[in-house]
Design a protein around this ligand. Sequence first.
Ligand code: GLY
Ligand code: MN
Ligand code: MN
Length: 446
Amino acid sequence: MLPELLPRPAAIEPAEYLKRREALIAQLPQNAAMVVPGASLVTRSHDSEYAFRQQSDFYYLTGIQEPDGLLVLLPGREEGQSVVFCQDRDPTLEAWTGRRLGALGVERLHGIDQAYENAQRDELLPSLLEGRELLYVPLDNPEALSIAENALAHAQAGLRRGKPALKGWLDSRPLTHQMRLIKSPAEIALLRHAAAISAQAHVRAMRVCQPGLSEYQLQAELEHEFKWQGASGPAYSTIVGGGANACVLHYIENSDVLDADTLVLIDAGAEFDLYAGDITRTFPVSGRFSEAQRALYQVVLEAQERAIQAVAPGASLVDIHQRVVRDLTAGLISLGLLEGDVEARIDDESYRRFYLHSTSHWLGLDVHDVGTYRLDEQTPRPLVEGMVLTVEPGLYIPEDDELPAVYRGIGIRIEDNVVVTSAGHEVLTSGVPKQVAEIEQLMATK
Ligand code: GLY
Ligand code: MN
Ligand code: MN
């Protein structure tokens, strides 16, 4: 029997992309323009390329999946405030690499006011930007900076004719990233689906796991499930770390054989319609936790559950992290792995020997999604409805630590994806178990 297919959510409508562009334009001064380049293909070797991944801000504002696009936003322009330059139609090339939207397709299918093919860009872009005194560009994008520099050179001619001309540029990212921080219902539906696919893939890996398999074989199970469910693939490099490999936070070699006496940590998530899932589970290769493994696991699990309970409007990621640090430190002391008083061990940061990373990050089109974590240096950003974050505490006991041998080389992280709702929160990733008894039961029913 073929595996069950999860029901797919609807794609985001052109009308929603239009609303986003309008909301962004409404924040720009009338004498400004914004330029947002899409991604281009990148050579992998000789004449083959890496799989195309659209630039997230460009995608957020257009929904267009083709390479070499450029969005130009022009507040108050009568012929239309949104212009897109796109790949040239080219029947010969399209026979090799597939159909292109062309200007007509961009206007009709994506609701863009005016579109032109890139062959016309050098001629048309300077006149579109003429008379604009301020340009918003993503400052990390060399193509956008070169457009800004050209526009400035062009402005000299305008100035000589006594016309308003470009005075300088500002970073567009604070504006777009602030918008992306709050997800719409349609975005949350896509994130829920990416999370459900990711959860199903983790269940599959738990079911298949047994001593003697290699880490990459569990990776293959996960990534098979991603593709089978219609995801584009992993949202980031899949991590499968058996034993002490779990203590290497970004271990992606996935090349070792899984040993019966160890835990395996899997951090893997699917990308669906460019939205990321990001789940971590840690479980015993044999299907049964040892006493020491279970004791440490319970400390991480209880800290993670309490952190999720704290997710609600008005809380902050700083509060949630501090709560996790307190719970992990108290747990380490109760197991005798740290000594003394909880406050003292938090103050002298001795917990950092076992817990180095932060508890949460934003999740969306990018796995470490955009948006600032603080309003200013003193003020953590309060959570509001529609934000999506991960909750991912962990404990990592280095192999060469002086703790009792039963604890050495154990790495544990438990990571879920959580939406902030008006009432508190919704966990998107509950489709994969994390309680000890549930994991052991699942692994016993192969
Ligand atoms: N998978 C990357 C992270 O958990 O942040
Ligand atoms: Mn992760
Ligand atoms: Mn994460």
